[in-house]
Design a protein around this ligand. Structure first.
Ligand code: ASP
Ligand code: MG
Length: 408
């Protein structure tokens, strides 16, 4: 008899039939003798719809009120799921985040979980109920409603699994698991049986979004093994867990393409101490998230201050903000020109096997060269190599790189 936490995302509870479907799956586990805690998201589109409603009324709504508003999305789903289970004669009780014991800090719209004491959940389970918890929400010690950031239901599930010491944590979504590449772009992409937390984090933050990154970090910290799988079939999914020795045998676990970045190049930046610090401090102060940075060697002579070019990438939606910051620095820093482009893609290969294999970067560059793809910027970490390339060649490059490293 296992204790299982199952989380169902927005599309898995997107309409009445889907909710009935979830109830059937939960009932099946329960009939095998398992105790089940269900975490649900808002029905797909509901959170976005609520945000739109608020913004139609005021462009910058109060964050406290946004939390009160957005928390209602998940509350609809918990009640509907309980009703669906009742109609299958399964005893079920819905709980809000606060009722389930999720206490957060007071940072509205992106609160962090402070502590979780699922006393009520345990009691209800003991009485034989399926317990359905609203994802994405909690409350401060003062009783204010908070939400955990977009996609935060994943975090609710992982945190509950940790606190309850669940035997199994399943994240149900509309894909079969984590793939070696986006199957819509790479036909040969394969579903992974397992992946390490670190690889999952790199792939998620690189734009292969399956799960909220924060919840994967949380799972890693508290050693929660979980499975990402589809609510639309019974196929086994992908198990996400701590790295094992055999995982290093595979050099590249996955290939991702992030189309959501833009590149800014400052031309003719005076090459003297403090300039980079000034630029990136100003960007940071404006909450622009900078990802890759490349600075060329200075092309000046020894007797006077040389000039260099400096490029960096930012999230596309932050580009205007970044340009504004840079324009404001032009006089002070005295660079010649600014060039910005949105037509870039960031292609990355990720794998813990890179730690123990050599020649990985060379093979990547060679593959790109054979495709006639020019490399704009390069960055590496222990388990990742990323390149910035022309967006127009992004998908072709991804297919070639996938074929070279993972095969058909
Ligand atoms: N409903 C919230 C969102 O759309 C939380 C979630 O789905 O996990 O971001
Ligand atoms: Mg979601």
């Amino acid at each position: 008899m296992a204790l299982i936490v199952q989380k169902y995302g927005g599309t898995s509870v997107g309409n009445p039939d889907r909710i009935k479907n979830v109830a059937r799956r939960v009932a099946e586990y329960r009939s095998r003798g398992d105790r089940v805690v269900v975490v649900v998201s808002a029905m797909s589109g509901v959170t976005d719809g609520l945000i739109k409603l608020a913004k139609d009324i005021a462009p910058l709504p109060s964050e406290r009120e946004m939390d009160v508003l957005l928390a209602t999305g998940e509350q609809q789903t918990i009640a509907l799921t309980a009703i669906a289970l009742h109609s299958l004669n399964v005893p079920a009780v819905s709980l809000t985040g606060a009722q389930a014991g999720i206490v957060t800090d007071g940072v509205h719209t992106k609160a962090k979980i402070h502590n979780l004491t699922p006393k009520k959940v345990r009691e209800l389970l003991k009485q034989g109920n399926v317990v359905i918890v609203a994802g994405f929400q909690g409350e401060t010690p003062e009783g204010q409603i908070t939400t955990l950031g977009r996609g935060g239901s994943d975090l609710t599930a992982i945190a509950l699994a940790a606190a309850l010491q669940a035997d199994l944590c399943q994240i149900y979504t509309d894909v079969d698991g984590v793939y070696t590449a986006d199957p819509r772009i790479v036909k040969e992409a394969k579903k992974l049986e397992e992946i390490s937390y670190d690889e999952m984090l790199e792939l998620a933050s690189l734009g292969a979004k399956v799960m909220q990154s924060r919840s994967v970090e949380f799972a890693k910290k508290f050693d929660v093994v979980f499975e990402v799988r589809s609510s639309l079939n019974d196929n086994p999914g992908t198990v996400v867990k701590e790295e094992t020795k055999s995982m290093e045998d595979v050099v590249v676990r996955g290939v991702s393409l992030d189309k959501n970045q833009a590149k800014v190049t400052l031309v003719g930046v005076p090459d003297k101490p403090g300039v980079a610090a000034r630029i990136f401090k100003a960007l940071g102060d404006a909450t622009v998230n900078v990802d890759m940075i490349v600075q060329n060697i200075s092309h000046g002579s020894l007797d006077k201050v040389g000039a260099t070019d400096l490029s960096f990438t930012v999230d596309k939606p932050d580009l205007l903000k970044a340009q504004k910051v840079i324009d404001g620095l032009k006089k002070e820093l005295g660079f010649r020109d600014v060039i910005a482009t949105e037509k870039i893609g960031k292609l990355s290969i990720v794998g813990v096997g890179m730690r123990s294999h050599t020649g990985v970067a060379a093979k990547l560059f060679e593959t790109l060269a054979n495709e006639g793809v020019n490399i704009d910027m390069i960055s590496t970490s222990e388990i990742k190599v990323s390149v910035v390339i022309d967006l127009a060649k992004g998908e072709q490059a991804m297919q070639a790189v996938h074929a070279a490293f993972i095969g058909c």
